[in-house]
Design a protein around this ligand. Structure first.
Ligand SMILES: NC(=O)c1ccc[n+]([C@@H]2O[C@H](COP(=O)([O-])OP(=O)(O)OC[C@H]3O[C@@H](n4cnc5c(N)ncnc54)[C@H](O)[C@@H]3O)[C@@H](O)[C@H]2O)c1
Ligand SMILES: Cc1cc2c(cc1C)N(C[C@H](O)[C@H](O)[C@H](O)COP(=O)(O)O)c1[nH]c(=O)[nH]c(=O)c1N2
Length: 177
């Protein structure tokens, strides 16, 4: 059997463009948040998404202890905020750079995010270094913003919906800034 090294795996995963999100939590175990690209939809019935969280993350204890998260989908203006939530700075400094509200669970909702998925964690699977969080979506917020922040090839990019048809996204490279 061929053994794939971590670096080869990461180099290949860097070819997989992904939306960038800030995943937040709040509750008895404290407020925390981290930048996450490992987020995807699982099923629409019941509405369920998954988030992969490194167990070494500073947010891990709060996320698992509170049992709630909000997935805040980032837009073109959020690159600096994404860098902050992906760095080692304290939680107060991270949250101080944004404006937050709440929906149903009390997890922080970013004021000007593209979409927010407020969730209760329903199942957790341990896989290697990460916990895979299966999350029931209990409330939603959706803006009319027509762009997304994307992480691809170890850099940030922006994808914008076309002016003519807001449901049609033009290719990433044509709109790269
Ligand atoms: N799923 C994750 O946990 C994840 C995803 C992206 C970035 N990151 C973090 O951001 C740093 C910078 O990432 P980069 O893309 O600029 O360069 P990188 O070479 O470290 O990572 C390349 C790609 O590999 C994957 N990856 C990286 N670390 C991972 C991990 N611990 N577990 C699972 N997949 C992982 C991601 O898809 C990432 O975009 C990483 O070192 C990591 O700490 C973590
Ligand atoms: C673009 C991008 C994407 C991700 C990350 C980073 C960046 C820059 N990070 C890492 C995570 O944000 C980072 O480890 C923490 O926020 C900083 O570490 P501490 O909070 O100090 O532990 C990350 N971590 C994680 O557990 N799951 C993920 O999906 C991602 N995705």
């Amino acid at each position: 059997m061929t053994m794939i090294g971590c670096q080869d795996y990461r180099d290949a995963m860097a070819c997989l463009g992904a939306a960038v999100n800030i995943v937040t939590t709040d509750g008895a175990e404290g407020r925390a948040g981290f930048t996450a690209s490992a987020v995807c939809s699982v099923t629409d019935d019941p509405p369920t998404l998954l988030v992969c969280l490194n167990r070494s993350s500073s947010a891990h204890a709060s996320v698992l202890g509170n049992g709630v998260i909000c997935v805040n989908v980032l837009s073109a203006d959020h690159e600096a905020l994404s860098r902050l939530f992906g760095s080692g700075v304290p939680a107060d400094q991270r949250f101080g750079a944004g404006v937050w509200s709440t929906l149903e669970t009390g997890a922080p909702v970013l004021a000007d995010c593209t979409a927010a998925f407020d969730c209760r964690i329903s199942e957790v699977a341990n896989v290697g270094t990460h916990d895979v969080l299966f999350c029931s979506v209990v409330a939603l917020k959706r803006s009319n913003l027509a762009d997304n922040l994307i992480y691809f090839n170890r850099r940030y990019h922006v994808v914008r919906a076309s002016q003519q048809d807001p449901n049609h996204c033009v290719p990433l490279m044509e709109k790269r800034r």
